[in-house]
Design a binder for this molecule. Structure first.
Ligand code: AMP
Length: 276
């Protein structure tokens, strides 16, 4: 497994060893089973898997957890080696953003859901992903449905800017408690973690309600707020029922999903589930 931090260094390596059919898995490190499931999905399409590990400063707003974000590079590299990854890109902010003046924005999808409380987030995500695409030039890139809004915004960028890259979505991997795996779960105390599992339990209740025939978008959103009161440490930031293209609907139909952001102390957790 080759590890490169420089842009010229990784480009030259890809050329030298003639690495073709690359599948890229972008991450911010602190790897867990969710990330590893994406690496395995990547390996199922090509043996030339490249993983990037970069805590991207431009997607964190002022006062967010850029400084505190867990960084476990040594352990991450060991895990990736065991997964048979061919190449790891570990740039620094200086390498990625020296003199950068360009920002890529989605004018529509960036301002809903997580974009309301994180107005600069998706601009940072799109810019770094576009740079990674240009540096690595993969044929495929894998993104998790855990960050469903991010996945959709990236799919749209690929379409709008004509990147010759196929986006592969990976399903959400969860703890046995149901809590979606996240590098940010390490911020939680045992008690907070226990209550945070209430997010998925409540999402499942909504799915049951839909299965019983309640197809009213507003009623399902209200039910989430109501049922989450059982967990006093959890505070709802948003709950939104949308179709799988993140468009408003009033009656739940095939492919409708529910999207939530919940605060537990100073930690913000997101999750989503297909309702029908
Ligand atoms: P991150 O390191 O948090 O930026 O995530 C890197 C990639 O892993 C993104 O495509 C995420 O959507 C994906 N990911 C994070 N957590 C999970 C999970 N629990 N299940 C599946 N994919 C995940």
């Amino acid at each position: 497994m080759k590890v490169c931090s420089g842009i010229d260094e990784i480009r030259n390596y890809i050329k030298e060893v003639n690495l073709t059919d690359i599948v890229l898995v972008p991450t911010m490190g602190a790897l867990h089973e969710g990330h590893l499931s994406l690496v395995r999905l990547a390996r199922s399409v090509s043996s030339n898997v490249c993983v990037s590990i970069f805590v991207n400063p431009t997607q964190f707003g002022p006062g967010e957890d850029f400084g505190a974000y867990p960084r476990t590079l040594k352990k991450d590299l060991d895990l990736l080696e065991q997964e048979g990854v061919a190449l790891v890109f570990t740039p620094t902010p200086d390498i990625m953003y020296k003199n950068n003046q360009t920002l890529i924005q989605n004018q529509t999808l960036s301002s809903i859901l997580c974009g309301v409380s994180r107005p600069i987030h998706f601009g940072g995500v799109l810019t770094v992903v576009a740079k990674l695409f240009n540096i690595i030039q993969p044929c495929w890139a894998v993104f998790g449905e855990k960050d469903y809004q991010q996945l959709k915004i990236i799919e749209k960028m690929v379409l709008d800017l004509n990147f010759p890259i196929k986006i592969l979505p990976g399903p959400i991997i969860r703890e046995t408690s149901g809590l979606a795996k996240s590098s940010r779960n390490s911020y939680l105390t045992d008690q907070q973690k226990d209550q945070a599992s209430g997010i998925y339990k409540t999402l499942l209740l909504l799915k049951e309600e839909v299965a019983k025939g309640n197809l009213d978008q507003k009623a399902i959103e209200s039910l989430f707020v109501d049922k989450l009161k059982k967990y006093p440490l959890l505070e709802v930031e948003y709950v939104k029922v949308l179709n799988n293209n993140l468009e408003e609907i009033s009656t739940i139909e095939k492919g409708t999903r529910v999207f939530v952001a919940v605060r537990v102390g100073s930690t913000r957790l997101i999750d989503n589930l297909e309702l029908l």
